[in-house]
Design a protein around this ligand. Structure first.
Ligand code: SAM
Ligand code: SF4
Length: 266
């Protein structure tokens, strides 16, 4: 499918939960967030309706995100459901890695292709501080398990304040190099202030080549991360909501006053 600016849209990012087992300083307040009602969160069947409609419209690439996708009950089953859908060429996930050690092989066996693991520093104390309680050992073991399981590629998402020459970023880059993993540097963004940047080593944040739509955990199709627009799949039905998002996808992001990374999924 093509949007009004002739960009080919083939990529759907699905946030499966607003819940998270971490509280990264740049993403969530320390006390957490008012959680969505369970009844507001799309069931797997409802998510699959959106995936089906998206595939019919030409989506062949899906990424599962959150919140933390590995805290959603039955996530491996959802991966299996999406992976077995004809037309899906590329199925990825973005995770903080806290639970990855036990999930890597089941995810691979269920049909997940690739995985991005978030890691901003190699310093255990600093990691704990940034994530407000995360354990770096778990992430590192999770990354090892992901590589061993055959998930490919395994990439690292490293949030930086300003530049990839910050000391933490340099250490993460060296760690990635040692393991042969690509590191993507994501400059800290502020959706409300309209501060967003092109991802260094990735494709996000470049409006002219944007190929994505997003589905939030509570069933909103968002044409742009940096804009408030959203279309409710429960209200419009999946097909119509996707078409509305496609037709109204802005040429470039501006500001998003309501959305946050943890409920849109980055
Ligand atoms: N919980 C998973 C994780 O952390 O990988 C998936 C969801 S998280 C919202 C997706 C990505 O968004 C992560 O790589 C995270 O570092 C990034 N992110 C969160 N808040 C951000 C911000 N304010 N600016 C830039 N990236 C951000
Ligand atoms: Fe959770 Fe990911 Fe946000 Fe960190 S960046 S608080 S791990 S959703």
């Amino acid at each position: 499918m093509f949007d009004s600016y002739n960009r080919r849209i083939n990529y759907l990012r699905i946030s499966v939960t607003d819940r998270c087992n971490l509280r990264c300083t740049y993403c969530m307040p320390a006390e957490g967030i008012p959680l969505m009602q369970h009844s507001d969160i799309l069931s797997f069947e409802e998510i699959m309706e959106v995936v089906d409609a998206a595939v019919t419209l030409g989506v062949d690439k899906v990424r599962i995100t959150g919140g933390e996708p590995l805290v959603r009950k039955g996530i491996v089953n959802l991966i299996e459901m999406i992976a077995s859908k004809p037309g899906i060429q590329d199925l990825g996930m973005t995770t903080n890695g806290q639970l990855l050690q036990q999930f890597a092989q089941p995810l691979k066996d269920a049909g997940l292709h690739r995985i991005n693991v978030s890691l901003d520093t190699l310093n255990p104390g600093k990691y704990r501080q940034i994530t407000r309680g995360g354990e770096i050992d778990k992430v590192l073991k999770g990354i090892e398990a992901a590589v061993k399981s055959g998930l490919s590629p395994v990439k690292i998402n490293c949030v930086i304040v300003k530049s990839s020459s910050e000391p933490d970023a340099i250490e993460v880059a060296e760690y990635g190099k040692k393991l042969g993993l690509q590191v993507r540097f994501i400059r800290q963004m502020d959706l409300e202030k309209g501060e967003f940047y092109i991802v260094d080593g990735g494709s996000g944040g470049d409006c002219s080549t944007c190929n994505r739509l997003r589905l939030t955990a509570n069933g909103m199709i968002k044409p742009c991360l940096f804009n408030d627009m959203e279309y409710n799949v429960r209200e419009h039905g999946a097909h119509k909501a996707l078409q509305l998002a496609l037709g109204n996808k802005p040429s470039c992001g501006t500001v998003n006053k309501h959305g946050e990374f943890y409920n849109i999924g980055g």
